[in-house]
Design a protein around this ligand. Structure first.
Ligand code: ADP
Ligand code: MG
Length: 376
């Protein structure tokens, strides 16, 4: 397919921080951007040429996108996959509605991971109450996760006994869930693939991810694991993208177990919070890759220019200070880059921004990043 070149109009479903950083990348490259998001204060609107302020399944807005955009992508997995399939009749859409539908449902997602020949945690798919009336010991202690709409640890309950698991399932209203065995994690890592076609793929360096309260807190790159293990995570992520015949940016989260084996946790059909380090530390960042993939351009180079640590800035930092955090030290640190998403209200747990710190080693960057966070 012919490449889509500037100043073509590109569309994105969703105008949160990922849509905002996509818009910055696209505008920088000379494209024009239309954002569809029902929120008048959508962070991406600051950088978009057009903001269609309408629900994601609004027929007129979708028709507008289809007509006005040379290509359309998404910033989140919970868009209506059928809306994406509909758009694909008239314009180029990546990733496909089918891939987005897979990432929307943990049961379908895990089946695809297995189909690609990759390991998951032992799990039980629970579509209805009969499915949980089996021997649960292989999955306990475990985590009951809703199949759909979970993020940042939401929709998850930790359970130790079969009784607890069944009660938690009932508490979640009997919706489809997976019961996943709780694994002993050495650490968590992620790999982000850009796939334009079978022969045009790139993968970013593996990030080591530290979570706090179910939300990503820090990403450390390069991950402090053996290089061979990082290479294995990269090749597993590429294999998954291949199995899905994926076009676009695909993030793959892994668990590293104590025996140095890798288990695929989940995927995201878009740029990922753990890839924000690429904004500072790679020649091509993950949002530029998203633009390139949707336009049919070759992926850009992904090598790491320097060890880097990304720290998420959640709304809690604002609340603790009763107003704006103290930016004075961080804003002036020569090896740090502050990114704020332009969100007006800072609720606890809300992703308000992040900062990247580059240093000679990952450990040094981590020490400096933590010291900088303490100044806020
Ligand atoms: P979310 O969609 O909220 O990111 P995840 O499935 O990635 O959901 O779970 C969030 C976090 O919970 C993971 O990053 C990990 O720290 C922990 N977790 C999830 N599943 C397991 C598991 N099977 N064993 C151990 N820890 C887990
Ligand atoms: Mg996750």
């Amino acid at each position: 397919m012919a490449a889509i070149l500037p100043p073509a109009m590109l569309g994105i479903l969703g105008g949160g921080q990922l849509g905002r950083m996509f818009a910055v990348a696209a505008k920088t490259m000379g494209y024009r951007v239309t954002v569809l998001d029902p929120d008048e204060a959508a962070p991406a609107a600051d950088f978009a040429d057009r903001h269609l302020c309408a629900p994601f399944n609004d027929p007129a807005a979708l028709e507008d996108l289809a007509k006005s955009c040379a290509a359309v992508t998404t910033e989140f997995e919970n868009v209506n996959a059928d809306a994406m399939r509909l758009l694909a009749k008239t314009t180029r859409v990546s990733p496909s509605g089918d891939c987005v539908a897979i990432a929307q449902d943990r049961i379908v997602e895990k089946a695809w991971i297995a189909k690609a020949g990759l390991p998951t945690a032992p799990y039980l798919a629970i579509q209805s109450v009969e499915d949980i009336q089996v021997e649960l010991a292989p999955y306990l202690p475990g985590i009951l996760k809703t199949a759909r709409l979970g993020y940042d640890g939401k929709g998850q309950v930790r359970v130790s006994t079969a009784e607890e698991a069944r009660a938690a399932y009932a508490n979640l209203g009997g919706q489809a869930c997976v019961l996943e065995k709780m694994l002993d994690l050495q650490l968590e890592v992620s790999a982000i693939v850009t796939r334009v076609s079978a022969t045009q793929c790139a993968v970013f360096p593996v990030a080591e991810n530290i979570h706090a309260g179910g939300i990503l807190d820090e990403s450390i790159v390069p991950a402090r694991i053996k290089p061979a293990l990082a290479a294995e995570a990269q090749s597993m992520a590429l294999k998954l993208a291949e199995a899905l015949d994926y076009v676009g940016v695909l993030a793959v989260e892994f668990f590293v177990l104590d025996d140095d084996s890798l288990v695929v946790n989940e995927i995201a059909p878009r740029p990922h919070n753990s890839g924000h380090y690429t904004l500072t530390a790679c020649l091509t960042d993950q949002f530029q890759q998203q633009v390139r993939a949707m336009c049919g351009l070759l992926p850009g180079r992904t090598d790491l220019l320097s060890p880097v640590v990304m720290v998420n800035l959640l709304g809690d930092v604002w609340k603790d200070n009763g107003g704006q955090p103290n930016w004075d030290v961080l804003a002036e640190a020569p090896n740090a880059q502050l990114h704020l998403y332009g969100k007006k209200s800072a609720r606890p747990g809300r992703k308000m921004g992040h900062f990247n710190v580059m240093a000679a080693t990952a450990d040094e960057a981590l020490d400096q990043a933590r010291a900088l966070k303490d100044t806020l």
